[in-house]
Structure formats: C-alpha cells, structure tokens
Ligand binder design. Structure first.
Ligand code: ADP
Ligand code: MG
Length: 729
C-alpha cells in the first residue's frame, strides 16, 4: 500500500483520459501555417524588395533600411491579421535556453486613439535589457546594453497560446561593442568560415560554379515523460530535472520490451499534438518512437540548414515541454533523470553541402576514387583528432556527465567510427593509393516475396561518440538538454581549419608541379599517418579501449566537465576560434566562465535540494518507521518471542549514514571552493570542488536514502518510486 499522497497521485492518473486538443488536418493545411515563409513574403512584397531580401538570405550582407521598412509592414499586416498584438525578438543566450523580449505593436496617437506600428528598425534591431543574462564578464553593468538583430536566414513565426498570438523574430544577441552574447552569432560565423575554406578546396579540385557551402543538421531528441501527478511529489524532478534519489525498479529495461514497442495511447496523442504544432511552425518532424528505457521516447526531424535546424531544435524543446503539461505529463529533457537506466542524448547528424555539389560527405558507390569525398572526409578525421578534447568540452554539462561514459552512452574519449568499407579505404590510403572499395552486397532474406535490401556498406556502431552513418557524421555525445549550436560551432570550425590546412598543402604541391591526384593522395596519406589514431571501429564501451585509447593512441579521456571545460582555455583552441573569426579570445573566455558557472550552479542546487529532501522527507519517514518497528519488536519480546533485529539494525545504520552525509554535505556547501584544485584560480577551484567534493558526498547520501527506500514501510514512503514513475501512465 503506497503512502496517502502517492495513492492520491495514482488515483488521479487512473482517471486521466487522452486529451484531444488538435483537430487532425492534412499536412498541406498545417505546414508552415504560422511561418512568414519566403512564399508569403513573395506574395506580400513588391518584386524588387523581395529580390533584395532573397539576395541577403542567399549571399549574406546588410539589409537596406528602406527594404526592411517594407518587409516590416508586410510582416505586421500578416501577423496582426492572425490576431497578433505583440512581437518578440527571440534569442539564444549561453544558457541553452530560448529568451524573448516582447513588445506591443501598439502606438498611441495624441488624440487618445491608438494604431499598430512596426518599422524596419524595430524589425531589424531590438534592445533587450541584457544585464541579467550570463555574459561571462564581457559587459560590466555600466555597459549593460545588449542588442538583438534579425537573422534574416531564419523566418519569423507566430506563437499561439489559448489567449492570443505573438509574432516571433529570430535574432542574434550582441553587446554594444559587438561581442557575441549568444549561441547563434558564432554559429553563423562558423558556417561562413567553413564556407570560405570549402570554396577554396573545391576550386583547387577544378570546380568553378560553386554555390555557398552550408552545414546541415538533423538532431534526434530523446526525452522522458512522467505523469505530472508524480512530479508534483518530487521536488528533485521539478527543480533539478532529475531524480536525486530513487532505488532501481525491480523491473527496469532488461526485457527490452519498450524499445520500438507500441506507443501507449496517451503518449501517442501527446506526440500527435506536438507534431501538429511543429508542422504549423514549419519544423519538419519526421520520426517518433519509444526509446530503450521505459518512459523514454524520441522525436527526430528531417535535416535542415544548421542555423535553421538549431532554431527549430529550440522550438521543439519548448513545444515538447509546454505540450506535455497540457497532457498531464512532465517532459524531462535531462540527460540522466533516472540512475540505472538509459539516459537521453541528442544525436547531432551533421554534414556539409551546397546547391551545386550536393552533400560533400556522400561517398557514392566507390569511395576510393571519389577524391572530393575523400578530402572532405579526411578533413573531418584530421579535425576530430586535432580537436577531440574541444568536442568533449562542447558537450560538457553537469547533466551530460552522468551519461557520458556510463554503459549506454558514448565514452568521454572522442574517436571516429567510419564503418568497415571506409575504414578499409582509409587504411589503404595510409599505405599508398587505394585499389578498391569493398562492396556492400545484397542482403538475402530467404523469402521470395520480400524485396532484396541493399546492405549498408558500414554497419552501425552505437558505442562510438562520432560515427559516419552513410552520408553524414552523427555526433552522439551531445546531451538531450543542450542547444545544438555549441557542437555545430565546434564541428564547422574544426572543419574550416582542416579544409584550410588541406587546401594549403594542395596549393603548395600543385605549385611545385604535382598532378592533382598525386598531390591529394599524398595529403590524405599524411592525414592518416598523423591523425589515423582517432579512427576506431571496435567497442567504445570496453575497458580495454579506455586503456588503449589513452596509453597507445594518445587520446584524452576527460571524464568530467571539470576536466573538459578548461580545454576552452587552451592556446590551440583560442587560436582556432580567433583565426577563423568565430570567437575572439574575450568571447571564448566568456564562454568558459559562463559554462563553468552553469556547471557549478547546477551541482550546488542539486546538493542543497538533496540535503533538504533527505532531512525533511526521507529522515522523518525513516524515523517514524524505526519507532514503529521498535515498538513492534518490544511487543514481540514481551510476548516471549525472539524477533530478528536485522532490519532494525540495518535501518539504524543507514539513518546514521544519512545524518553523517547530510552534515558533511552541509559543511562542504558552506565553505565552497577551498582546499581542492588550483587555489590561484577561483573558477578552477570551484569546478573541482563540485566534481571532487560535492558529487561524491551526494552519492554517499543517495546510497543511504536508496537503502532506506528498500526497508521503510511503503505506506510511509513519501516519494513516488521509479517503478511508479516509469511504468504508470
Ligand atoms: P537513426 O536513428 O538511424 O540515427 P534517424 O532517422 O532517427 O536515424 O535520424 C537521422 C537524422 O539524420 C535525421 O534527422 C535525418 O534527417 C538526418 N540526416 C540525414 N541526412 C543528413 C545530412 N546530409 N546532414 C545532416 N543530417 C542528415
Ligand atoms: Mg541516430
């Protein structure tokens, strides 16, 4: 029998019915209904104005204010026609969240009447009071101004609530001195940097008509759904997004019966609601399914240009969270909400390509003689080897640390998986010119009526943090709660760097009279000799790899964020970002400061919360049970029985572990950042204090609490259990 509050939650859940909120409609009707698309612009704008907008989108450059005025008027007419009274500049601060500054279209006329007004200037530039966004020391309060500027490559859209509509304008967010305070500005810069170098290489390969090269991204989002009647009883899920305590459920994911199983009806209704909203916003949601852990699901879109995909990913997280509430769920985007079962990642599928050449990471059927592909793929290998620690640092968050290196997620060691066919081609290159590509062949299913499947030339390797998957790379170490912007910035920038290096090598060889093919293979051979150590096709989870990667291949194993974040301060990384014009040294240092602070804050909040829950929820329940048990044992003794004291003794021992751990944690929280680490550097000392001081104490406290959960009378236990939260909906 569960405790009264859990029983009430269970009853509430039993009464729930799937909520139908959206009337099903055909895709054509839903698609981009709430987006001010190019088509809508074209219909609304004079031809010359539209062409000018199109030019700006395709080739970059400034939007003329006179053009902006006309666009603003058209946008306002469209939005107010749909009932919008307000517009918002939407931007992406360094916190992984989405921020908005809302303003009314209202403009008073002197005579007491009002009109709606929206000028080009208001469209193109906003001025939110940015002083309370983390900026890592870029601005002091006397220069607290922040500006938002319209990112014309990402379309404006409407956000609907039951009471109205807001016009949302995607923007970049910069300080008055022009420093990037957001995640979008460096993303746009990194795409430009990669384009410059890709153009250079393509020209060397003899190409002349080259469209702008862009990076593409398709991000798979994993998440958990827990009934909100349960979350209401779990302060940890509400405030920290993860269960700080909780004994593993007797039934976990061992039956593998959830993965790709039939989706429960209430969840499917939720998913359909999410998809309809996303379609209206022009987000191309494409797949939905159950994930490995009970209560875990995934949504993935069709891939798009990286900066649009990034905006759409942020929207997807917002829509998931808000829609879950309406359906009586809490959507947990945390990387490890429940210890002991799978965590959630966000696989970032990434490639580069353009309109004239298509996907530049598509190997075709015979990769060994596809020089263009080999050079671009070689650039990736070189980049990941040279900057593996950077790739680790851009996925370093307090939440993701619980997942990386655990037995279901990629290790913290960054290596590249190519698949057997490509690995073979690149191994041949190391020795000389490749002779052929192992062909994939055809899969025989043994049933005549079934079609023959062409086999993928490389199998999947789920244990690799960075895997080639046919025509793109999949960065699997990204956390489910993260913005994809940071990882994309790193990928584009290391790509720019490698392409630059390759282009320079080729130029030198060609100038010395070498033939293009010979020069290219020579460069590729050098890439493989210097950087081939990063290519690994085996089991990334194995202890053996962890040892060999470090000892034999010289790869770094940066286990925690406290180890990984300082990579942002390395000379090579600073030089990389400033040389390619993506982040100045000041901007980079500010990112180190903000991400370190986020890590520290996350852990300190968790520590305080664990302390409070242990003392005010767990301790009282355990003591009450100990008292009851003591009385029962006494009665038994009085009756002349000899009861076993085992449970009582275990309980008493766990209670004293709980008390000791609470005291120790309280002390550690009271005197932060002393003792451990480098005392000359407060930021580093604070990081280490969290990683080496607070987390182990929290683990010890958790051990006591979870032990008690296994002993205390269920009727007294205040917190919904893992079994309840994961299996009941
Ligand atoms: P899996 O679960 O097998 O990894 P999914 O279909 O769930 O595959 O997700 C694959 C993702 O990769 C999708 O978002 C897809 O659109 C995306 N993708 C496909 N081609 C590219 C590309 N060229 N660049 C970026 N992403 C791509
Ligand atoms: Mg995937």
């Amino acid at each position: 029998m569960p405790s009264p509050q859990r029983f009430a939650a269970l009853q509430q859940i039993q009464r729930r019915r799937a909520v139908a909120t959206a009337t099903p409609a055909p895709l054509e009707e839903l698609w981009a209904r709430d987006v001010f698309t190019l088509d809508k612009m074209k219909a609304a704008l004079p031809k010359a104005v539209f062409r000018s907008v199109q030019r700006t989108i395709e080739t970059g450059g400034k939007l003329d204010l006179s053009v902006a005025n006309v666009v603003a008027e058209a946008m306002k007419t469209w939005a107010t026609g749909r009932g919008a009274l307000y517009y918002a500049h939407v931007f992406y601060p360094l916190t992984n969240s989405t921020a908005e500054k809302h303003d009314g279209f209202i403009s008073p006329k002197g005579d007491g009447r009002v009109i709606t007004e929206f000028t080009g200037k208001l469209l193109v530039q906003g001025e939110p009071d940015g002083s309370s966004f983390p900026n890592g020391g870029i601005r002091s309060t006397f220069e607290a101004r922040g500006y938002t500027a319209w990112d014309i490559t990402s379309p404006a859209y409407l956000m609907e609530t039951p009471n109205g509509v807001t016009l949302c304008i995607p923007t970049v967010f910069v300080s008055w001195t022009g420093e990037a305070l957001d995640k979008k500005t460096p993303l746009l810069r990194s795409i430009a940097a990669m384009n410059r170098q890709a153009q250079r290489l393509l020209r060397l390969l003899g190409e002349t008509e080259i469209a702008p090269v862009k990076s593409t991204c398709g991000a798979e989002q994993e998440y958990f759904l827990v009934d909100s009647a349960f979350t209401a009883l779990r302060p940890d899920l509400q405030l920290a997004g993860r269960a700080l305590f909780g004994k593993a459920s007797p039934k976990g994911q061992q039956f593998d019966d959830h993965y790709f199983g039939a989706i429960p009806e209430r969840v499917q209704v939720f998913m359909q609601d999410v998809e309809q909203q996303l379609y209206k916003l022009g987000v191309p949601a494409k797949t939905r399914h159950n994930e490995v852990a009970p209560g875990q699901f995934e949504i993935a879109p069709f891939f798009e240009a990286a900066n649009v995909a990034t905006d759409h990913q942020q929207l997807t997280m917002t829509v998931l969270r808000n829609t879950a509430k309406r359906h009586g769920f809490t959507c947990l985007l945390h990387e490890k909400p429940f210890a002991g079962i799978n965590g959630s990642g966000k696989h970032v599928n990434w490639s580069i390509g353009n309109a004239s050449h298509g996907n530049l990471l598509d190997p075709g059927r015979t990769p060994h003689d596809n020089l263009q592909f080999l050079l671009f793929c070689g650039a990736v290998i070189r980049g990941v080897h040279s900057f593996g620690p950077l790739l680790r640092s851009v996925v370093a968050t307090a939440g993701n640390d619980h997942r990386l290196g655990a037995n279901e997620a990629p290790p913290a060691i960054i290596s590249v998986y190519l698949g057997s066919q490509l690995e073979d081609v690149f191994n041949q290159i190391r020795e000389g010119r490749p002779q052929g590509s192992a062909s994939a062949g055809v899969m025989q299913l043994g049933v005549d009526s079934l079609p023959e499947f062409a086999k993928d030339p490389g199998d999947r390797n789920r244990t690799s943090p960075f895997a080639f998957t046919g025509n793109r790379f999949e960065f699997r170490a990204v956390g489910s709660n993260q913005s994809v912007a940071g990882p994309l910035v790193a990928l584009n920038t290391i790509m720019a760097d490698s392409l630059e290096w390759i282009a320079s090598q080729l130029e030198a060889q060609l100038a010395a009279g070498a033939a293009l093919g010979d020069a290219a293979f020579e460069v590729l051979q050098q890439v493989m000799r210097d950087h081939g150590a990063v290519v690994f096709g085996g089991d990334g989870y194995s202890q053996e790899w962890h040892r060999r990667a470090v000892e034999e291949r010289g790869l770094e194993n940066l286990r925690t964020s406290a180890d990984a974040l300082p990579v942002l301060r390395r000379d090579g990384v600073r030089e990389l970002f400033s040389r390619h014009g993506v982040l100045s040294p000041v901007e980079l240092e500010s990112r180190f400061a903000v991400y370190s602070e986020q890590y520290v804050l996350a852990i300190e909040v968790e520590a305080r919360l664990a302390l409070q829950m242990a003392r005010t929820q767990v301790y009282p329940a355990a003591v009450r049970y100990l008292t009851e048990l003591g009385q029962a044992l006494q009665q038994q003794q009085a009756m002349g029985l000899q009861p076993s004291l085992a449970v009582r003794n275990q309980l008493a021992a766990l209670l004293s572990q709980l008390n000791d751990s609470c005291d120790a944690l309280e002390q550690a929280l009271a005197q932060p950042a002393h003792g451990e680490g480098d005392s000359h550097d407060p930021a580093m000392a604070h990081l280490r204090h969290c990683a080496d001081g607070l987390l182990p104490l929290m683990a010890r406290l958790r051990e006591a609490v979870d032990g008690l959960e296994g002993l205390v009378d269920d009727a007294l236990w205040p917190l919904p259990t893992f079994a309840e939260m994961l299996f009941i909906r």
